[in-house]
Design a binder for this molecule. Structure first.
Ligand code: PBG
Length: 330
């Protein structure tokens, strides 16, 4: 064949493939989510095999190991005792609560590790929603926007005072980024960053996470605040708003089934883009691998590379520590 152009020449050896590779994962790309609980015991999470819910003392050691593996950041999610869940979610800004205690403990043991906290009411709310809930006369449940934003500000101030480096609103209320920025600045926390879950979809992929924290909504769903997964332009609208409101970084969530959204958001914003490989994505990989149907390591690396190739600068993944070690050993 007379064929002057042969793309396969650029794939002919591992060495050449390494030279022409466009997307390379590194430990510095990752954020490790950590689940927390009260007490002195660690528990396996039934809905997320292989993931642990840590007690305060042991999560500090785990956080130091994550940093030692080269992962620069963790994001904290608490399982709150039922007795502390109320319809005003007041435990979320209690300065001796689980999250502020763990922030202080991690920052004193490993000050260079970036600590990110989740800003939303669901773990603390007796109703299981990210915002305050009010029942209407007709029985319909309404998620209150502006009242919720006030509580979110108190939650963020509590985390900032404890030493959080980044607060990360995952609640999807309108106007929360501007309100958080204003509250943080007025309290002297102008160095605390905001990583906004800007394009967070109402997704069935969050199921195992809600099992991990016992935080599923008691009634209704999250579709009046989280986005409709049929929409892409709306994600651009959300990220541009969060950018104007002062977000330092924006997020798309879930990640694997939303690569088009990551790519689109990347084009429309100059801010760093994060993507969250969520619990359902994790569980799909783990269950297929456990059944012997997929090559676990290969699938994990391919799924994360695809998320980065789509345009994510930062990847939140339950595999952060494990993959960071693979990358270092390879
Ligand atoms: C809560 C929150 C959720 C996740 C992160 N923060 C669940 C939800 O919105 O219902 C999901 C993460 C995952 O599934 O791994 N605000």
């Amino acid at each position: 064949m007379q064929l002057p152009i042969r793309p396969r020449r650029n794939r002919k050896s591992a060495a050449i493939r390494a030279l022409v590779r466009e997307t390379v994962l590194s430990p510095g790309d990752f954020v490790q989510p950590l689940f927390l609980q009260e007490g002195t015991q660690n528990d396996a999470i039934a809905s997320m095999p292989g993931v642990t819910r840590w007690c305060e003392a042991d999560v500090v050691r785990e956080a130091c190991q994550i940093f030692a593996a080269g992962v620069p950041a963790v994001v904290l999610f608490p399982k709150i005792d039922d007795a502390l869940k109320t319809s005003d979610a007041a435990e979320c800004y209690h300065d001796q609560g689980l999250i502020p205690r763990v922030i202080r403990a991690i920052k004193s043991a490993c000050p260079q590790l970036c600590v990110i906290t989740d800003i939303a009411l669901d773990p603390y709310n007796a109703d299981g929603h990210d915002g305050l809930v009010r029942a209407q006369a007709n029985g319909e449940m309404v998620i209150l926007n502006d009242e919720t934003v006030e509580i979110l500000c108190r939650q963020a101030l509590c985390h900032a005072a404890a030493g959080a480096d980044i607060v990360s609103p995952s609640d999807m209320m309108d106007g929360r980024v501007a309100a958080l920025r204003d509250a943080l600045d007025h309290a002297g926390h102008e160095q605390v960053s905001i990583l906004s879950y800007s394009a967070k979809y109402a997704s069935a992929y969050y199921g195992p996470f809600r099992g991990a924290l016992d935080s599923a909504p008691k009634a209704g769903d999250k579709k009046t605040y989280q986005m409709d997964y049929a929409n892409a332009r709306e994600a651009v609208r959300e990220i541009l708003l969060d950018e104007q409101e002062g977000a330092d970084m924006i997020m798309v969530k879930p990640a694997g089934a939303y690569l088009d959204i990551i790519a689109k958001v990347r084009e429309h914003s100059t801010l760093p883009v994060a993507a969250y490989q969520v619990s359902g994505e994790y569980l799909m990989i783990e269950s297929a691998a456990a059944a012997g149907w997929l090559d676990r390591k290969a699938i994990i690396l391919e799924s994360l590379t695809a998320i980065k190739r789509a345009g994510a600068d930062i990847i939140l993944t339950y595999y952060a520590k494990e993959v960071a070690k693979w990358l270092r050993d390879s």
